[in-house]
Design a protein around this ligand. Structure first.
Ligand SMILES: Nc1ncnc2c1ncn2[C@@H]1O[C@H](COP(=O)(O)OP(=O)(O)OP(=O)(O)O)[C@@H](O)[C@H]1O
Ligand SMILES: [Mg+2]
Length: 237
């Protein structure tokens, strides 16, 4: 079993009612996109991305996953696709454990059942990134990766997969992960991510898929606002 331990990644569990409320608010549009009446197939596979390192992708995955796992009918899986950094894997104490990139090296692999790890919270599990490898892009492009993630998302009704990813602007993996996702959350660090970089990230997105923006690190009253799916018609920055 994996635990968030003392890493500080999971703030929502601590006595911080504002933060847990922000993440609980953030989860509802994600849930609607994934399971609502108008949901598209695959929208329960969610990519969490951002322009650069340090914007708060891993932080958002951990806290949002926790908030989602409070839902009685859900089964939430955090999937660490940031193989270079592996911060989520490390935060859960799973360095060195076999993970996603090990499982999909073998095209005959049965799936991800062997590498999924339960956490201290009911309904929340994690798939560590696994052994460091230089060909993450090609592995993510493979049919094995697609089948494994789709299989995971469809294995049980009410499964939601949250994918932690490397920075879109410094790694090519983002476009491959985008193909695997049915819903995208873009983390924007207030006062840190430049408008130009936000635009560059938005330009890489598949406009057919629901997209939400997470404003992270904003002053307290606006911490982690969700700007809704239809950002193309609104001002977001
Ligand atoms: N809203 C927040 N409140 C408190 N700490 C935060 C917040 N957002 C991020 N952090 C902290 O800032 C640091 C960077 O965040 P995080 O690791 O999530 O960024 P990242 O986008 O995943 O970066 P990388 O691309 O390098 O993996 C971490 O120590 C994280 O715990
Ligand atoms: Mg990260």
């Amino acid at each position: 079993m994996a635990s968030f331990g003392e890493t500080g990644l999971l703030v929502a569990r601590d006595e911080d009612p504002n933060l847990i409320d922000e993440f609980r608010r953030l989860k509802n549009p994600v849930l609607q996109n994934a399971f609502g009446r108008l949901s598209a197939p695959g929208a329960n596979i969610v990519m969490v991305c951002s322009a650069l390192s340090g914007d708060g992708k891993t932080f958002s995955v951990a806290n949002l996953a926790y908030a989602l796992s409070l839902e009685r009918d859900l089964s939430v899986v955090m999937l660490d696709l940031d193989n270079a950094r592996g911060s989520l894997t490390a935060a859960m104490g799973l360095q060195g454990a076999p993970g996603f990139f090990d499982a999909i090296q073998d095209p005959d692999a049965a799936g991800l059942d062997d590498v999924i790890v339960r956490t201290e919270f009911d309904r929340l599990s994690v798939i560590p990134t696994g052994t460091k490898t230089s060909d993450t892009l090609e592995l993510l492009n493979s049919r094995t990766a697609r089948d494994a993630i789709t299989g995971l998302a469809n294995a049980k009704a009410g499964t939601l997969v949250l994918m932690d990813t490397p920075p879109v602007l410094s790694m090519p993996d983002g476009s491959a992960i985008m193909e695997l996702a049915g819903q995208v959350l873009v983390v924007v660090a207030a006062g840190q991510t430049s408008e130009g970089d936000v635009q560059k990230v938005l330009n890489t997105l598949d406009k057919e898929k629901p997209v939400g923006l997470v404003l992270n690190k904003a002053p307290r009253s606006r911490w982690l606002d969700y700007y809704g799916g239809d950002y193309y018609a609104s001002t977001y920055y």
